[in-house]
Design a protein around this ligand. Structure first.
Ligand code: SF4
Length: 336
């Protein structure tokens, strides 16, 4: 019998925490519970979370994804519409009310906290500087909590240098929840250097899940031949993990949505792989990627635990009378 060629050894450093956060888990639960309570269709404004696998899973259950409320046909205006975890401008619930739509707001409580921080700055007479990425739905939602002109978006140090306030003594800042902790600290330092009187939010705006996932990547990426982050190209927190891995010393760092996207020809000979997943990426895809490496390598998994997360955000009271079956729970937890 010919010898079976042995597989090369590979140490796979698996980050923990990784993947779904409490806000994503809650948002998916809201759609699943609404489908069980009210039946299909349940409309969802914008991708509930930035992950195609999750979106397609919910479509299979009867969710219909739309970008604007006017896409809901008149004959379905009694069907619920869910707002995504990223949050929405105030004009969206106002529009839903004007159309007599029944809406369920799945905005993550930590995004709502940033909305409140921005509103508090404005109530106290401060112009608000929002550190974030233009066009991201969370940024659109946060800017839309305040009247036009009340918020200025800051993306870079050049924006800090160019900003001309009406009153440098009356400024406050908040940030998007899913930014790079390091880059944001740099922008905050630049703002504070230029505007010493600027007021910080009462608590950190970058959320626990973003911070913990970046910390875990930082701890594990040094010396990795390749670092993979499971996540979507429009997922802000996932893209930040790729950058963190590069800066922490991974030789190559890539974002992949599925195992089929792993560029085997480009990665060559590797002996150490780092692996994490953005807050909107289900665990089943992490498993799929590990299996793909097991098919080519003799994999030893080294679990790198840097924090334990216990956060759990309850759904709104309207949905608390609905029970999830074990298979619903598996979907909500991202394991099927
Ligand atoms: S990444 Fe943070 S802010 Fe966004 S949904 Fe998760 S917990 Fe909430």
């Amino acid at each position: 019998m010919p010898d079976t060629p042995s597989k090369p050894p590979l140490t796979l450093r698996l980050c923990q925490p990784r993947g779904f956060c409490a806000g994503v888990d809650r948002a998916i639960q809201i759609v699943v519970l609404a489908l069980k309570k009210y039946g299909a269709p349940v409309y969802v404004r914008h991708e509930i979370v930035h992950n195609r696998y999750v979106v397609e899973g919910l479509q299979n259950l009867g969710a219909v994804f739309i970008e604007e409320l006017n896409e809901i046909p008149d004959e379905h205006h009694h069907s619920p519409v869910v707002f995504s975890a990223h949050g929405v401008p105030k004009s969206v619930p106002a529009d839903a009310q004007a159309r007599s739509l029944f809406y369920l707001d799945a905005t993550c409580p930590l995004v709502s906290k940033v909305h409140k921080q921005a509103m508090r700055h404005q109530r106290l007479g401060r112009h608000v500087l929002l550190i974030g990425h233009a066009g991201h739905p969370e940024v659109i939602g946060t800017m839309g909590q305040l009247p036009e002109g009340a918020v200025t978006l800051i993306e870079t140090e050049a924006d800090v240098a160019a900003f001309q306030p009406q009153d440098a003594e009356a400024l406050g800042f908040v940030t998007q929840t899913t930014l790079s902790v390091e880059d944001t600290a740099g922008l905050i330092r630049a703002l504070q250097a230029r505007f010493p009187a600027i007021t910080a939010p009462s608590a950190e705006s970058i959320c626990y899940a973003t911070t913990n996932r970046q910390e875990a990547v930082k701890e594990t990426a040094a010396g990795a031949d390749l670092f993979l982050v499971v996540g979507a190209p429009n997922s802000s927190n996932s893209k930040r993990l790729v950058e963190v891995a590069e800066r922490a010393g991974a030789k190559m760092s890539l974002l992949v949505q599925r195992a089929s996207e792993i560029p085997w020809d480009d990665i060559g000979q590797i002996s150490t792989l780092g692996l994490s997943a953005g807050a909107s990426a289900p665990e089943i895809i992490v498993d799929e990627i590990i299996d793909a490496f097991r098919a080519r390598f003799d994999v030893t998994v080294d679990l790198a635990v840097t924090a334990t997360e216990t956060e759990n955000f309850p759904v709104m009271s309207a949905l608390r009378d609905v029970e999830l079956t074990p298979s619903d729970m598996a979907f909500v937890n991202g394991t099927v």
